[in-house]
Structure formats: structure tokens, C-alpha cells
Write a protein that binds this ligand. Sequence first.
Ligand SMILES: [Zn+2]
Length: 258
Amino acid sequence: MSDGCSLMNICTQQTIDTTLTLKDTIIETDEWDLNFLTTNLPYITVNQLVAIPALKETDGSDSIGRTGTNTRHFTIQSAYNLQRERYCSIEGNWKRLWSWKGPHRIQTFMWIAAHERLLTNYCRSIWGSGISHLCPTCGNGDETIIHALRDCVQSIRVWLRLVSSNHMTNFFSLNCRDWIFDNLNNNKMGSHKIEWQTIFMVTCWHLWMWMNKSIFEEEFHRPFNPIDVILKMATEIHNCKQTQISGWPQRTDTIFIG
Ligand SMILES: [Zn+2]
């Protein structure tokens, strides 16, 4: 189609033969097969098609090609351009997320969460996979991203010990995306004199990992003291950052090896 869309996407039949090529829509007298077109495509599209002269043998080989390239072969650039057209960027302050000095997997995780692309049961139930939309951990609500990361009983227990009491109301009232951006861009210090952004990111990542592991790994048990695990990792990240700023501490150890 002129807009680059495949005819398969607008076919009016439920079952589509994906091996069909253009010559299957042309009859022996080198004209469009109107019967075939009208039973498979919307009326407007049929009119657009029959306005184009039907192709003949002499026009070259008939094969399925890729849109967006001159050669009709796949190129990485054509895939990238197609992706860019469909990508809808999310407004927000991403600067602090990407300048954060910590494990890249946690940065990427937060980026996916802010795009509301974490695969939750609520999301899967919308796709019609027959899976319950409820949270398997508490059963007290839809397993949405904000539920898993903040509102589930397991997550609340952790946050109550990390969030300062004067920020509690705001923390538990924002919607998912605002909540993520608000905390990512928060300059205040959290426990142990570690930046709140680091504690927030590390906590979200752990909560998500623990929730997944407790569902998919039979042997897994949540840590007895989750705050210790979170603060241990957050401290390591914080110390690495300090080392980067001030250089390695001048310390010598003597090890007797023989
Ligand atoms: Zn829950």
C-alpha cells in the first residue's frame, strides 16, 4: 500500500494465506481478480488497487519484499526507521536515570517500568491469555506495575521502613509514572546517607526480582531481612560512586604469602 502498510493487516478474512503474492490476485487476462479482491479486502482498498494497472510477467519477478528499502531486502536501518516511526517517547526527566552510577540492568529495568512495559498479570490478562489479572502474592488487587512495586503487601512492608514519615502520603498517592519520576529525580538523602534515588532504584529492582523468583522458582524464599539486602547493595553502589569522585582510598594491606 502507499502508506507502507501490508495488505495482510487489513484483510477482511480471519484466516490469511501468508504465502500469497501479487500474481495470485491477477487473472489470466492480466487483469485484477475482482472476485478475489472483494472477498478479501475492504471496498476502499479494492478501488485503490484497481486504479493501478495490473502487473504483467514482463514487470519482473513476483516475490515478497521489505518496505522502506530500494532493494526490498531487509536492512538493519529499515528496521530501525520503522521502529522509530512507531516509538512514542515519554516526556519526563530521564537525565538522572541515565547519569546514575550503578548497574546498567537496574537503569534499564527502571526505564522499562517508567514506560509501563513490565510484564504483569494484569497486562497478560488484557491480551486474553486466560491468566488471572490478580496479584498471585496477595490476591488483593490487579497485578499492575504500581501494585507489584509499591502497593502489594510485600512491597508496602519494605517501603514503610525506607520512606520517611513526612513523605509517606505523597509516596503512596502518585500514579505509576509520576511515582517513578518523582523518586528518580529526588535529591534528598535516604537511610545511611545514601542518595534516595539509589535506594529507590535498588528497592524497586529487588522487589520485582523477589516477586518473580517466588512465583517461578520453587526453592526461593524471600530474604528474612529485605532492608539489609537492599541497603547493602545501595551502599556498595554509593561507595563505588564516592571512589570515582575521590579516587581509590590510599590503603595498603600486607598479605604474607609464604
Ligand atoms: Zn499483591
